[in-house]
Ligand binder design. Structure first.
Ligand SMILES: [Zn+2]
Length: 163
């Protein structure tokens, strides 16, 4: 198994290549209790247009994460982490075991993705096509935690729809 270590010296996470599936996955290198900060992050660079690796922090504001290996965090419809883009923290949504894959819910930070994809997380609550928070039903939204930016967008949408 090939390991791609984080630049960060915390020793909290590392990206591993999965030779059979053909992609990288981020894994916890230690146990994290619920609400623990798994990894702190900052913006490696800021972009006006998203890439398939970027995280959205505002209208026309997208960042590439540092440490770089966080870009290998895969999406899950039942994520175990939340990327708090205001605090710059990856937070454990539940207890995470050592070596467990870390996942996050892409619509938690992405409003409308220009590269939607068919989710293969195989969790019971899998939503199928993932294309950003703008495309989620209210009944789905209540199940997730969203970044400050996405919360604001959802409130604006509610105000427009008179809800
Ligand atoms: Zn899914």
């Amino acid at each position: 198994m090939t390991t791609k270590q984080c630049v960060d010296a915390s020793g909290n996470v590392a990206a591993f290549y999965h030779p059979v599936r053909g992609y990288y996955a981020l894994r916890a290198l230690k146990y994290f209790p619920v609400n623990a900060v798994v990894q702190v992050f900052s913006a490696h660079e800021q972009l006006e247009q998203p890439t398939y690796l970027s995280v959205q922090i505002g209208d026309d504001k997208h960042i590439h994460l540092f440490p770089d290996c966080l870009q290998y965090t895969n999406h899950s419809c039942e994520p175990n982490t939340f990327f708090d883009t205001e605090k710059g923290e990856v937070v454990a949504l539940r207890a995470i075991h050592q070596n467990e894959e870390l996942t996050f819910f892409y619509p938690a930070t992405e409003w409308s993705m220009n590269q939607p994809f068919q989710c293969v997380c195989h969790t019971p609550s899998c939503l199928g096509v993932i294309q950003g928070a703008a495309h989620l039903e209210d009944t789905v939204i209540i199940n997730y935690r969203f970044s400050g930016y996405i919360q604001k967008k959802l409130e604006q949408r509610r105000a427009v729809s008179g809800g």
